[in-house]
Design a protein around this ligand. Structure first.
Ligand code: UTP
Length: 296
């Protein structure tokens, strides 16, 4: 993989994960497994696939298991080797070799914009990627890589967009944008979680960004916005006054894993795609359907 012009990727992982309680009381949302790997692993693989070499995590007190996950585990590796499980041992060891990892604390959960600002000391060298890991994205090329390509061609910041249903706009940041062809949009305005009747479009921002380091200065001066939090969308709005922001309707699949319902859908979908698991899911569903039919 050729290193890209976007060297660092920031992962804001300091949120409380309230929609997935009680599972997230002690286990960080980002460490909940999807099939056989925690959500955060998918995000880091995506960033590494986009050529990022430095992964920066904005964490909080309860998230130490994320640090441990990306560190070497010599005891476990030794134990696996002793049992002849060399392949598994290699898989475990390779996790820490995906990139270099650094961590900075967000002391209070003051919003996504604030979390991004906390990453400044480790990310201010140039344009940087941002991945929200509870949206798992499967794309070829990786979705962040699609954004990096646009940044390298057009300059400026880039955000991932997806068209949502009209009644869903109040769950996302929504953009006003003009179409430039081939899935590329020139963003002209951004609004955080608008009601359907106030939304400038149905194009929603989806957890992947390539951002200008200038954003840090703008976030620092930002007053608290919606919900008393420092909103990334408000910072991007300020950035738009100075630099272009492009939107990409990315190619790939997105699995929202932020709630137990959406995580369940993601788990079943990925299991159906895996030849070693597909039959298990179908078998459970068939048996369940048979039981319902016989009860009717
Ligand atoms: P969410 O809106 O999904 O919040 O944050 P959350 O806390 O993770 O989950 P819920 O809504 O309470 O269930 C989007 C991303 O921003 C991070 C989260 O960790 C998540 O990756 N975030 C949010 C922070 O790092 N700090 C914050 O203050 C807020």
């Amino acid at each position: 993989m050729v290193p890209s012009s976007v060297r660092s990727c920031l992962f804001p992982v300091a949120g409380l994960g309230t929609r997935f309680l009680p599972a997230t009381k002690e286990v960080p949302k980002e460490m909940i497994p999807l099939i056989d790997r925690p959500l955060i692993h998918y995000g880091v693989e995506e960033a590494a696939g986009a050529g990022c070499r430095e992964m920066v995590f904005v964490t909080s007190r309860e998230k130490r298991s994320i640090e441990d996950y990306f560190d070497r585990s010599f005891d476990l590796e030794r134990a696996l080797r002793r049992r002849g499980k060399d392949k598994l041992c290699q898989t475990i060891a390779e996790i820490s070799e995906l990139a270099s990892f650094s961590y900075v604390r967000q002391r209070e959960p003051l919003g996504l914009g604030h979390a991004v600002l906390c990453g400044e000391p480790l990310c201010s060298q140039g344009y940087f990627g941002v991945i929200l890991p509870d949206d798992v994205m499967i794309g070829d090329p990786p979705v962040l890589s699609q954004l990096v390509s646009v940044h390298e061609k057009m300059g400026g910041s880039v955000i991932a967009l997806e068209e949502v249903e009209a009644d869903e706009t109040s769950r996302y940041g929504i953009v006003r944008a003009t179409y430039s062809g081939e899935g590329l949009w020139r963003v002209t305005d951004l609004v955080e979680k608008p009601l359907p009747q106030e939304a400038p479009s149905r194009l929603a921002i989806m957890g992947r960004y390539v951002l200008s380091p200038r954003l840090f200065d703008l976030l620092r001066d930002l007053p608290r916005g919606r919900g008393g939090e420092i909103q990334l969308t408000d910072g991007l709005r300020r950035l738009l006054e100075e630099e272009p922001i492009w939107g990409v309707t990315y190619k790939g699949r997105r699995y929202d894993c932020g709630t137990r319902e959406s995580w369940l859908r993601a788990t079943v979908s990925l299991a159906l795609e895996d030849p070693s698991l597909r039959e298990i899911v179908l078998d459970v569903v068939r048996k369940e359907a048979m039981t319902e039919l016989t009860e009717c």
